[in-house]
Design a binder for this molecule. Structure first.
Ligand code: 5GP
Ligand code: ZN
Length: 142
C-alpha cells in the first residue's frame, strides 16, 4: 500500500499521541475526539477490514483494546466505554485501515448506546434472518 495514513502512524512516520505501543498493535488518540480520551487501536499490519486481518493478529488487537480501556479508566476516570468499528463505507469508515474506536463514557455525557447509530429494523421475522445467516455458513456446492 503506497500511502496509508494509519500505516504511517504505525511506522511512526506521522506524529500521533500514542498511548500504547505493542508489537502487533498501536493505540493513539483520535485527532477529533468525541470525548476526552477517545482512542483508536489499530493493527500494525495493513488491513482494511477484519476479514483481511490474519487470524493470529485478531487476539493481539483486542488485547490492546482491553488494555486501553484499563488505562483510560485509571488515568481519566472513564466510567464506561463505547467500543466499535466503523466497518466499511456504508458504516461510516473513512480511513481504510482497520481501527477500533474506544470512546470513554462519563455519566451525563448525553451519548447513546451503539443501537442508536441506526434505526432500520426489518419487518422480517428473526427466525428467517437467522436461517439466512446459518445457510451462508454451509459449504457451497461445487
Ligand atoms: P472512521 O470514520 O474511519 O471510523 O474514523 C477515522 C478516525 O480517524 C476519525 O475519528 C478521525 O478523527 C481520525 N483521524 C483521521 N486522521 C487522523 C490523523 O491523522 N491522526 C489521528 N490521530 N486521527 C485521525
Ligand atoms: Zn494501512
Amino acid at each position: 500500500m503506497a500511502t496509508c495514513l494509519f500505516c504511517e502512524i504505525a511506522q511512526r512516520r506521522r506524529p500521533a499521541e500514542v498511548v500504547l505501543d505493542d508489537p502487533q498493535a498501536l493505540a493513539f488518540l483520535d485527532i477529533y475526539p468525541s470525548a476526552r480520551g477517545h482512542t483508536l487501536v489499530i493493527p500494525r499490519a495493513h488491513a482494511e477490514y477484519l476479514g483481511e486481518l490474519d487470524d493470529a493478529l485478531i487476539g493481539p488487537l483486542f488485547q490492546a483494546v482491553k488494555r486501553v480501556t484499563e488505562l483510560l479508566q485509571r488515568a481519566l476516570g472513564a466510567q464506561g466505554f463505547t467500543v466499535g468499528l466503523n466497518h466499511g463505507r456504508a458504516a461510516g469508515q473513512h480511513v481504510p485501515h482497520l481501527h477500533v474506536h474506544i470512546i470513554p463514557r462519563y455519566a451525563g455525557d448525553r451519548g447513546t448506546g451503539v443501537q442508536g447509530v441506526v434505526r432500520s429494523a426489518p419487518d422480517e421475522p428473526l427466525a428467517q434472518v437467522a436461517a439466512a445467516v446459518r445457510r451462508s455458513a454451509e459449504p457451497r456446492p461445487s
